[in-house]
Design a protein around this ligand. Structure first.
Ligand code: HEC
Ligand code: HEC
Ligand code: HEC
Ligand code: HEC
Length: 376
């Protein structure tokens, strides 16, 4: 099991959290190696050094050096014994400007071909099948095969052809969103006889591993509490009187339920009540950018708190539309909530890209969430 590319996607603070969690998950899953692609430096050199130090999974590259002595940042190669076959795995990192490498201070990415030339003899002595993880452009992978006879398999981080035979070898370019499985048949000398390449994707019929699921949920929870994510929050409806009242606050749909059971049940049946589960399903429940429309009161002291994985205010609850209800809950007769909801409230989340036509067909969309209509 090898991570060939895409592990370090993005550059923002939330991407960094996701990357940390992702790498740790690979380790827990028992991955054999992670290639140091050009994007491994997206979060700075210290970040990647730390990961190399703390994770048991080895990081590979023959072309990333550091320090005066120009020693390798990762490991040059890995020998993996699979039954009678010894597989040698090495990774090539493309030098800039081949990719938009950012913040790669303190490291030097040298010519990857010089790297492979240097280590190939040693690998050949130990292994009878050689697999290269390549960050190079498609064309260069093809010439690599012609130049280095011993390379039988290239797992390419870039390229549009999923699987391609070149001479005696095979190049596969797995799409980043999929798990690619490559079965190889080799003879006693390690010569490649046949191969079979399949995509696998994480569909709903693959049950989540409980331990991994728990780890992910804890890690995101802790990260969410830790980071300045809450500060990134864009408060919604801050122009409204109820939201501006500092003595007021959010109480959650369960508190409204005791007096408004009918409305509660109608609301529970809409997707608004499950809006946070939707984010959890796609593992974006710790992204401030997503949370603001899929929860209630995010950014307010009594509103949804980042890092929360379930529970109060996780979803588009009553108080999104009607306003924070603490005062109303204690003094229902005198303290009014928003009774009529203007379409502008809806449009704060249902922008034109997401929900075309809401403004023009107000009745239709209001009808779909109307407590009365849903109760009937
Ligand atoms: C203790 C009981 C109680 C709780 C808890 C309660 N309400 Fe009410 N609510 C009432 C009563 C009683 C009225 C009718 C008030 C009136 O007619 O003046 C009312 C009226 C309303 C109205 C109509 C608008 C208005 O002010 O006339 C809305 C909307 C509403 N409640 C929403 C909520 C929401 C949202 C919550 C939770 C944050 C909530 N209520 C919690 C008792 C309650
Ligand atoms: C805080 C942001 C927010 C506000 C405000 C909001 N919505 Fe939504 N709405 C959502 C989200 C998010 C979903 C999708 C939930 C999901 O599928 O996870 C949604 C879903 C819906 C749906 C599909 C519901 C279903 O059960 O099929 C309708 C209809 C809808 N909203 C109408 C409205 C209307 C009308 C208003 C204003 C009265 C409104 N929304 C206000 C965020 C919001
Ligand atoms: C500006 C408010 C807003 C933001 C920000 C937002 N969403 Fe949504 N999202 C909505 C609304 C509104 C809907 C319902 C659209 C509809 O069906 O009319 C929705 C629906 C969804 C759905 C279910 C419907 C679908 O398209 O499959 C998913 C999944 C989703 N959002 C994920 C996300 C993720 C992930 C992010 C962050 C990258 C995000 N949302 C950020 C408002 C928002
Ligand atoms: C997406 C926005 C939205 C959400 C979420 C929402 N409501 Fe409403 N609610 C409305 C609208 C719009 C009306 C006005 C219905 C009308 O008069 O057409 C309304 C009306 C009401 C009323 C007045 C009685 C009625 O049915 O007209 C009460 C009480 C109420 N809501 C309580 C709640 C409670 C409690 C919740 C949460 C369990 C909730 N609402 C969630 C939009 C919302």
């Amino acid at each position: 099991m090898i991570e060939g590319s895409g592990a370090f996607h993005g550059t923002g603070p939330t991407d960094l959290v996701r990357t940390e969690v992702y790498l740790k998950t690979l380790e827990k899953m028992g991955y054999h190696a992670i290639a140091l692609g050009g994007d491994a430096f997206n979060f700075g050199t210290d970040f990647i050094r730390n990961q190399i130090k703390t994770l048991k999974t080895p990081f590979l590259s023959v072309s990333v050096h550091q320090g005066e002595a120009k020693e390798l940042l990762g490991r040059p190669y890995l020998i993996k014994e699979l039954g009678p076959v010894k597989v040698g795995i090495l990774a090539l990192t493309a030098p800039p400007p081949s990719r938009n490498q950012i913040q790669a201070e303190g490291v030097e990415i040298s010519d990857p071909l010089a790297g492979i030339k240097k280590y190939l003899p040693a690998i050949k002595r130990e292994a009878n099948l050689i697999v290269v993880l390549s960050d190079l452009p498609e064309e260069e992978n093809r010439s690599l095969i012609s130049e280095f006879d011993d390379v039988q398999v290239i797992l390419a981080a870039r390229g549009n052809i999923p699987v391609e035979n070149v001479n005696h070898a095979v190049i596969v370019s797995p799409d980043q969103k999929y798990l690619a499985r490559l079965d190889l048949w080799v003879d006693h000398n390690g010569r490649l006889l046949r191969h079979d390449f399949k995509w696998g994707y994480l569909s709903m019929d693959i049950a989540p591993d409980p331990a991994i699921e728990q780890f992910i949920s804890q890690a995101y929870g802790a990260a969410g509490k830790d980071r300045a994510g809450q500060a990134e929050a864009r408060r919604r409806f801050s122009d409204q009187a109820l939201e501006q009242d500092r003595d007021n606050g959010y109480v959650g749909a369960e508190s409204c339920r005791s007096c408004h059971e009918t409305e509660y049940r109608a609301w529970k049946g809409t997707r608004h009540s499950r809006a946070f589960d939707t984010l959890r399903d796609v593992q974006r429940h710790f992204y401030p950018d997503c949370i603001s429309c899929h929860t209630t009161g995010f950014g307010y002291p009594t509103g949804f708190q980042m890092g929360q994985a379930v529970g109060r205010l996780a979803g588009v609850e009553c108080e999104v539309c009607h306003g924070p209800g603490r005062k109303h809950t204690f003094h229902p007769e005198t303290s009014q909530l928003r009774r009529t909801i203007p379409a502008s409230i809806c449009l704060a989340c249902h922008d034109k890209e997401r929900t075309p036509g809401l403004e023009e067909q107000k009745e239709l969309f209001f009808g779909r969430i109307s407590h009365k209509a849903l109760t009937q």
